[in-house]
Design a protein around this ligand. Structure first.
Ligand SMILES: Cc1cc2nc3c(=O)[nH]c(=O)nc-3n(C[C@H](O)[C@H](O)[C@H](O)COP(=O)(O)OP(=O)(O)OC[C@H]3O[C@@H](n4cnc5c(N)ncnc54)[C@H](O)[C@@H]3O)c2cc1C
Length: 479
């Protein structure tokens, strides 16, 4: 798909005139449109599909929010913006965007009230003992690695996964309400409009867009600004191959049809910089059911590389990016349960030596790893990776098995985290940190709060949060 720029001089007359033009109606786009309208702007939303929803409408619908939201309080949990900030700064990658993280944590309580005000229902109940989407209609869940090493020692843990009141996969419900709210707010939603170009004035400011609508060219003039909320690029093989080649090997790319990076390419054509393009959320749900966290995960050298009780997104990122997607979860007869997702068994043996041979691991490596692990697990300790006591059990009961966690034979689910550089005001920046006038961005078309390692709910959380910031700014309302 084309993603370029056009000069305003080429356009004699614009088909549509508006204050704010939002490109893409997923979670970020809806939030931008709603708050731009609230700030008094005339808003047009251009969506390439026939209707809104995007990847957001296919998602689990978990929003990572905290700092003491009304839902957390109703469920009896204490949380503070500072604890949330500490967790995120420690967990979202090597180079977190501090101003964005700070703003997100400080505004999180208010943001949850905004989400509820759009009509999204939440049941004020907590689903215990899980890190991910609950299989119930409970509203609150742990959705990251807060309770595990090293984060439990760095920040007071609190459940921050906010899930709408529906059993399993609440993204459709979330987007049903956000799209309805967008229409109710009075934004003009133009479906089947695929934006192909940004329109620039003589000073390089973005003043409109060009779109394709059933083969016709349509032009939109945006007096206040254009907000790019077009999602990530996980469906674009060329971009994925260039920036995150290992993600090409993932069995599942979690995305709606629009995730081809068009918004990122539009921004770059207008002079924007990109960041964290090599980062992706990689889920590896091998420890489900959760009893399998008692297993021992090893790489192709027979060595452990992570605490197995951590969030499945961290398992996936470490296994794919650091171990090249070559890993096995070792279990014994005492802890084995039928895995929910990763069902391939790579090897079975009466002894660890047999297993090692079948897996083609270096001789003695598995035995060495398990003897250290078992020695400490017997005392409820894991001095190597800090796995929690409740998941520590020596693996001694034959037969032994290896659940296959290689990219070829196991579910790795990927979506991209990198994108256009924006500041905490959601303004798109050029390579020198200069603001590109008239251009804003939010959601997975931008490099957001997650600069690497992910926790469930951070994508929709930061998409809606910074979508609102972008909409407000483009409307001239500041933020
Ligand atoms: C199965 C699944 C479960 C998930 N669970 C969660 C979860 O629980 N919590 C969480 O935080 N994240 C989750 N994610 C990830 C999350 O859904 C996405 O990262 C997030 O929805 C991105 O939001 P967005 O607004 O940036 O993009 P999107 O929701 O993808 O919206 C972008 C929109 O822009 C449109 N568009 C693209 N290009 C153009 C163009 N050139 N012109 C016009 N329109 C365009 C697209 O058609 C689309 O409608 C999940 C994803 C999947 C698939």
């Amino acid at each position: 798909m084309r993603a370029g720029i056009r000069s305003h001089r080429e356009i004699a007359r614009f088909d549509v005139e508006t204050d704010v033009c939002v490109v893409g109606l997923g979670a970020a786009g809806a939030a931008a449109a709603i708050d731009a309208r609230a700030a008094g702007a005339d808003v047009a939303v251009l969506e390439r599909a026939s209707g809104g929803g995007g990847t957001s409408a296919l998602s689990g619908g978990v929003l990572y929010l905290g700092g003491g939201t009304s839902l957390q309080t109703a469920c009896g949990f204490e949380d503070t913006p500072d604890a949330m900030y500490r967790y995120l700064m420690a967990s979202v990658g090597e180079v977190p965007d501090e101003p964005k993280v700070r703003r997100y944590c400080e505004g999180s309580v208010e943001h949850f009230e905004w989400v509820k005000a759009q009509g999204v229902p939440y049941k004020e109940t907590y689903y215990p003992g899980i890190s991910g989407e609950p299989p119930t209609d409970d509203g609150l869940v742990y959705s990251g690695a807060e309770q595990t090493h090293p984060f439990c020692d760095l920040a007071a843990p609190a459940p921050r996964g906010h899930v709408a009141a529906k059993t399993f996969q609440t993204g459709p419900l979330l987007m049903q309400h956000l799209c309805a709210s967008t229409e109710r707010a009075g934004a003009r939603v133009l479906g089947d409009h695929c934006v192909t170009d940004l329109v620039l004035d003589d000073d390089g400011a973005v003043v409109g867009v060009v779109a394709e609508n059933f083969g016709e060219v349509r032009t939109v003039r945006a007096r206040g600004g254009v907000v790019l909320t077009t999602g990530g690029f996980v469906l674009n093989d060329e971009m994925l191959g260039r920036y995150v080649p290992r993600a090409l090997r993932c069995q599942l790319r979690v995305a709606g049809d629009g995730d081809d990076g068009s918004g990122i390419r539009l921004g770059v054509a207008a002079g924007a910089a990109t960041l964290h393009m090599e980062k992706a959320s990689i889920s590896l749900p091998v420890t489900q059911p959760w009893g399998l966290k008692r297993g021992v995960m090893v790489n192709a050298r027979g060595q452990r590389f992570i605490n197995e009780d951590t969030y499945y997104g961290r398992l996936g990122e470490r296994a794919l990016f650091h171990e090249d997607g070559r890993a096995f979860l070792i279990v014994d007869d005492a802890i084995f349960e039928e895995p929910d997702y990763c069902k391939e068994i790579a090897a079975v043996g009466e002894t660890l030596a047999e297993l090692e041979t079948e897996l083609q691991l270096p001789p003695g490596s598995l035995d060495a790893t398990l003897s250290v692990y078992n020695r400490h697990a017997e005392h409820g300790q894991d001095p190597v990776f800090g796995k929690r006591r409740e998941y520590l059990q020596p693996l001694v009961k034959p037969p032994f098995g290896a659940i296959d966690c290689t990219t070829e034979n196991c579910l790795y689910a990927a979506f991209t985290l990198g994108g256009l550089v924006t500041d905490a005001e959601a303004r798109v920046l050029g390579p020198s940190g200069d603001v590109i006038p008239g251009l804003y961005g939010a959601g997975r078309s931008t490099a957001g709060v997650c600069a690497g390692d992910y926790s469930s709910g951070l994508s929709l959380g930061d998409a809606t949060f910074f979508g609102r910031v972008a909409g407000c700014h483009a409307a001239g309302g500041g933020s």
